[in-house]
Design a protein around this ligand. Structure first.
Ligand code: KDG
Ligand code: MG
Length: 402
């Protein structure tokens, strides 16, 4: 191993510039370094402790060039493997090592992954409202900004804190917000939302909707069937992740394109949906699925089954995670679309760089690596604040999927 590649320092940085982020910096003997993202919304410190206590000692002294071997040794070699906490920690290491390799080579990561297959990554943003009209107005604003694809969510009358609407994204410090969900009003409202959107916005704009795993298979089949005339770009996460075979039922009833994956943490979670062509878009979160190394393998399997990628891109991963998404998007033949959310302005104090938006597409610079830097001094100005994801209950008080 060249001494320049011997890992001598691994720093886990927990910071809250408007949102909590867990960031990683891997440094080699020569001072060459790479940065990664290990943010797991609401479980940030579990990942930070895993990185500090269990992963850092295994990295010190290793050859930073050996991304695949380090990945295998942290996943299989440590016996306990998988799940969101361990695979988010693994992703932080993996993304930092790809960044480091790019800096060493003087090449952007997309170039190391095979080079550009496209000039930019088609992206979508979120339009959400308390009413169908408000959602439509917000979608119009996004279209005026150049977005060709828009995700639409609306509050459901008679329930509270619907997923994806403005109030639903609050993360209080003192305990989870309790939201309420009932399938009947939801299943009545969403087709009305799309009737209105198509009447107001026309046929050309591509529309997505996120069910957030809240329906049973037959309910999801009904929704997908009723939305068919509106030609969605995709219907996202209709079902819980535990029983992928349930997607067969939706497929039997509808040609509405389906997307799934943000709760998956490995390629094996994705396999049944890909090999049976039960979905059209695989949308794992690279930051929760072992990073770029695992993401490119998932993309390669998906390519064989004509499934496209749509990596999860929420505000709760940092610009470093978003940069990893876009580098992989640019190099992936079967890329479909990239979810994109703008961060609060303080984030740019701590993380410089990241993807840029122009006229419906995302791009990254040609800077070596991912094109991101962490300002560790600035990160200290924003200490961690515990935040909770909401909890959802039915009208009778029983727990439901958020
Ligand atoms: O932490 C959970 C969020 O990342 C998730 O709720 C966002 O569903 C989401 C999406 O599609 O961005
Ligand atoms: Mg989602």
């Amino acid at each position: 191993m060249s001494s320049s590649l011997k890992i001598t320092d691994v720093r886990t940085i927990v910071t809250c510039p408007g949102r909590n982020f867990v960031l990683l910096k891997i440094v080699t003997e020569s001072g060459l370094y790479g940065v990664g993202d290990g943010t797991l919304n609401g479980r940030e410190l579990a990942v930070a402790e895993t990185l500090r206590e269990y992963i850092t000692p295994l990295l010190i002294g290793r050859d930073a060039d050996q991304i695949e071997d380090i990945w295998q040794s942290l996943f299989r070699g440590t016996y306990w493997r998988g799940g969101p906490v361990l695979n988010t920690a693994l992703a932080a290491v993996d993304v930092a090592l790809w960044d480091l390799k790019g800096r060493r080579a003087g090449l952007p990561v997309y170039s190391l992954l095979g080079g550009r297959t496209r000039t930019g990554a088609l992206c979508y943003a979120h339009a959400a409202g308390e009413t169908i009209e408000e959602t439509t107005d917000r979608a119009t604003v996004l279209m005026e900004r150049g977005f060709r694809v828009v995700r639409v969510q609306t509050a459901i009358p008679g329930t509270s804190g619907t997923y994806g609407t403005a109030a639903g994204s609050v993360q209080p410090e003192d305990g989870p917000l309790v939201e309420q969900f009932e399938p009947a009003p939801y299943l009545r409202t969403i087709p009305r939302l799309f009737d209105h959107l198509r009447a107001q916005l026309g046929e050309e704009v591509e529309l997505c909707h996120d069910v957030h795993e809240r329906l049973t298979p037959i309910q999801a089949a009904r929704l997908a069937k009723e939305l068919e005339p509106h030609h969605l770009f995709f219907l996202e996460d209709p079902l819980r992740p535990e029983h992928p075979e349930s997607f067969r039922l939706i497929r039997q009833h509808s040609t509405t394109p389906l997307a799934m994956g943000e709760l998956f943490t490995s390629r094996w979670d994705c396999l049944p949906l890909l090999t049976e062509q039960l979905i059209d878009f695989i949308r794992c979160d690279l930051v929760h699925t072992g990073g770029i190394t695992e993401g490119r393998k998932i993309a390669a399997i998906a390519e064989s089954f004509q499934v496209q990628t749509a990596w999860h891109g929420p505000p709760d991963i940092s610009p470093i995670g978003h940069a990893a998404n876009v580098h992989l998007d640019l190099a992936t033949a079967n890329f479909g679309v990239q979810e994109w959310v703008e961060h609060p302005p303080e984030v740019a104090d701590v993380i410089h760089g990241g993807p840029t938006y122009h006229d419906g597409y995302l791009n990254v610079s040609d800077a070596p690596g991912l094109g991101c830097e962490i300002d560790e001094q600035a990160a200290k100005k924003y200490p961690y604040i515990r935040g909770w994801l909401p909890v959802t209950r039915r009208a009778d008080g029983s727990v439901h999927d958020w």
